[in-house]
Design a binder for this molecule. Structure first.
Ligand code: MTE
Ligand code: MO
Length: 376
């Protein structure tokens, strides 16, 4: 892949449906979750989506320390053993990249070109951040907590460590963890080894990996990933609303078998139980609906009980597949009343794009549905 002067800056609007070499480079480093992994309540670690802005740092567990300082009464310096000796909590948390759906926009903002499956639901183990902040003693006048990663790079022409902040009240919530294990094992390098932040309910960018320091500040943090990136705006003239909690979304395991290139599905006629998962970071999922005519008509799916307040919920729909071509769609609505649009909500960064999933299906008799022979 030749790089160099032809690279365009992130955020450039691309009219062509063709993926650029720079997007391909990001897409092979960062991967989404195969849709068939929606079958598992807990996503196997290697199938969980991955997003890394710069490079994966190489950190040594033996010498690792986390420092907590800034606007506090006493600064703390903690080894991984110190952190693991503290009270531990394990929770299932659905994580989704704020840019999920970006590649379906037209024009498309240049960045990681996600389709619809930048998501995963893992069981994270760690110690609640709140106790550590209490121990450090937040001083009068503190407004934010800044989380700094070990990974460094350049974005928006700014050299930076990956950093994000939370307001004090958000940082003090019970479910916010400093996590050192996922699905019962130490974090793998790509997911933040040895320690990452977990902010259940929020889009992925808040969950800072490879934590190096936590700084309590007496003014709002103005770092690139906080003040410039991750805002919903349709024009550069406004600041826009900061991206925070996940908008509702439902996804299905595509039924039948796929065509190798197009991923069109071949399905036998008759009743199929369509399975999927639905989540929202804003309020519990209240309803999931299914459509086999591209979103013109909808029918209620059945929703399993929630297994964790921060994890996706399984849903099923008994679909009677009739001969012909269909476009399957699913949409979630949460208890706060927000739902998924049928069309994309276009914006400059391609964030919060929770338009409904569309799956093209051809229902035929088995002898008619032989996919063409492919040579790999
Ligand atoms: N230090 C650091 N933390 C980070 C990132 C990063 O590039 N560096 N990417 C963020 C983004 S945008 C997302 S979507 C999630 C992805 O988490 P995962 O790769 O464990 O799924 O990590 C977040 N935390
Ligand atoms: Mo992300």
């Amino acid at each position: 892949m030749e790089k160099g002067s032809r690279s365009l800056p992130a955020g450039t609007l691309i009219e062509s449906p063709e993926i650029t070499p720079d997007e391909l480079q990001l897409a092979v480093r960062n991967h989404s979750m195969p849709l068939e992994a929606l079958r598992y309540d807990i996503t196997p670690v290697g199938m969980h989506y991955l997003l890394i802005h710069f490079d994966i740092p190489a950190l040594d567990m033996a010498t690792y320390t986390l420092s907590i300082g800034g606007h506090v009464r006493r600064s703390l310096s903690l080894s991984l053993d110190d952190l693991m000796a503290r009270p531990a909590t394990t929770i299932a948390v659905t994580l989704e990249c704020a840019g999920n759906g970006r590649a379906r926009l037209a024009p498309r903002p240049l960045s990681q070109p996600w389709l619809s499956e930048a998501v995963g639901n893992a069981e994270w183990t760690g110690t609640p951040l709140r106790h550590l902040l209490d121990e450090a003693g937040i001083r009068e006048g503190a407004v934010e907590v800044v989380f700094t990663g070990h990974d460094r790079g350049v974005q928006g022409e700014v050299e930076q460590l990956y950093e994000r902040s939370l307001g004090i009240a958000d940082a003090m919530r019970d479910e916010v963890l400093l996590a050192y294990a996922v699905n019962g094992r130490p974090l793998p390098p790509q997911h933040g080894f040895p320690l990452r932040l977990l902010v259940p309910g929020w889009y992925g960018m808040a969950h800072v990996k490879w934590l190096r320091s936590i700084t309590i500040t007496d003014r709002p943090f103005e770092g690139y990933q906080q003040a410039s990136a991750y805002h919903f705006r349709t024009t550069a003239r406004v600041a826009g609303a900061p991206v925070q909690r996940m908008r509702p979304r439902a996804l299905m395991v595509p039924p039948g078998v796929p065509d190798f290139m197009s991923r069109t599905r071949f399905v036998e006629p008759g009743v199929h139980v369509i399975v999927g998962r639905a989540w929202s970071g804003e309020a519990p999922v209240a309803r999931v609906e299914f459509s086999d005519d591209g979103g013109q008509t909808w029918a209620a799916a059945s929703l399993d009980p929630a297994t964790s307040p921060y994890a996706w919920r399984r849903w099923t729909f008994r679909w009677d597949a009739r001969l012909g071509e269909h476009e399957l769609c699913v949409r979630a609505t949460d208890a706060a009343g927000s739902s998924q649009p049928v069309e994309q909500n276009w914006n400059l960064e391609g964030v919060e794009n929770n338009a409904v999933q569309r799956v093209r299906v051809i229902v035929g008799r088995p002898e008619q549905q032989q996919p063409p022979a492919d040579s790999l």
